[in-house]
Write a protein that binds this ligand. Structure first.
Ligand code: SF4
Ligand code: SF4
Length: 340
């Protein structure tokens, strides 16, 4: 059987055939399949991989994606400048989160997203052994952003992260220091433990059974409601109902990119830092922080939870001692802060 006959028998597009046999020109389609020396299983593997990659390329909106990335970069740059000048208050925070949800979620949809780059990369590899280069570029950009400036992309750019944060901030007092209705901080060892178990579980399901375990609960589908099933609808409703009371439940408990970026944020160039010479140890920053992060920093904990670079601690400090700065985070003087 020739390559051309093989393609027509299995109804394979020309791009797929080129990829499978590594053809340099179309005249090679007259060669026999056997002359390529591929075993049946290798042929099947290559065909599956090439078909999967072809579907990935065809399913993307190549006009929308670069615009979305350009807008992400623009928004993050503006927020970073405002941040450095300490110009982000509770009201501007709500406004920016609302704008990010509207722009990156409602207008540009659920894809791409920081979460999707990790989840889809793992699932595609598990299902077909393929690696989709544009997705790896997107993932690298998101990781570089984390290495550059903490979880800035999660805090201000991610469409579902900002939606959860918006709901959380709506349930805060006017100075954004505590909840109107009680807000709970779940222990980080518990939330991170669940997130790690979920990551391992969904990776194993993808690699061993070619099954996408995130797909059925994927909350980013809120921006693509036609794709939401019953279990997904219930799960998304639970996350949204919890969000005003628990800080970013999806990010802390389940998100694959949340876990990856938590690891990379440890080597971030810019991070939240405290100037202990001017700090008066009032701990207002730790009380205002929506998570355990600032408390962990002040208590010299070795395990620092995800800092979403929200800047609430910057606003809460009465002496201007908290800032986002470059360099290694200094440890507080021993016994400066009481153990909680
Ligand atoms: S951790 Fe949250 S903000 Fe970051 S990608 Fe996941 S959902 Fe988005
Ligand atoms: S330490 Fe807390 S309040 Fe400060 S930026 Fe990080 S998450 Fe926000």
């Amino acid at each position: 059987m020739t390559v051309a006959e093989f393609a027509s028998r299995y109804n394979l597009p020309i791009d797929v055939v080129r990829e499978v046999f590594g053809l340099r020109n179309d005249s090679e389609r007259g060669k026999s399949v056997a002359s390529f020396g591929l075993s049946e299983s290798e042929l099947l593997k290559r065909t599956n991989r090439a078909l999967a990659l072809g579907q990935e390329y065809a399913s993307k909106n190549w006009f929308k994606i670069p615009i979305k990335f350009a807008l992400w970069m623009l928004l993050l740059a503006v927020v970073f400048i405002l941040f450095r000048k300490s110009l982000i208050s509770g009201k501007t925070r709500i406004f920016i989160y609302g704008a990010a949800v509207a722009l990156f979620g409602v207008l540009f949809g659920s894809d791409p997203s920081p979460m999707g780059t990790v989840k889809d990369a793992v699932v595609l590899y598990g299902k077909s052994g393929a690696v989709f280069p544009p997705r790896m570029i997107a993932l690298t950009v998101f990781i570089l952003l984390t290495v550059g400036a903490n979880k800035f992309i999660c805090s201000w750019g991610c469409q579902f992260g900002t939606l959860q944060d918006l709901l959380f901030r709506i349930n805060r007092n006017s100075s954004d220091t505590k909840g109107i209705f009680r807000q709970i901080r779940l222990p980080f060892v518990v939330t991170n433990g669940i997130r790690i178990v979920f990551f391992v579980f969904f990776t194993l399901m993808a690699v061993m059974y070619a099954f996408d375990a995130v797909e059925i609960i994927d909350p980013f589908k809120i921006f693509n409601p036609a794709m939401i099933g019953i279990s997904g609808g219930i799960f998304i409703a639970m996350i949204l109902v919890a969000s005003p009371f628990v800080y970013r439940p999806w990010c802390h408990l389940f998100c694959p990119f949340g876990l990856v970026s938590w690891v990379f944020e440890k080597i971030s160039l810019y991070k939240i830092q405290v100037d202990y010479d001017t700090c008066i140890a009032c701990e207002k920053c730790a009380k205002a922080c929506p998570s355990h992060v600032m408390g962990a920093i002040l208590k010299r904990d070795s395990l620092i939870p995800d800092c979403f670079a929200c800047g609430t601690c910057i606003n809460a400090c009465p002496t201007g001692s908290v800032q986002i700065r470059r360099g290694t985070r200094a440890l507080p003087p021993v016994n400066k802060f009481k153990k909680q």
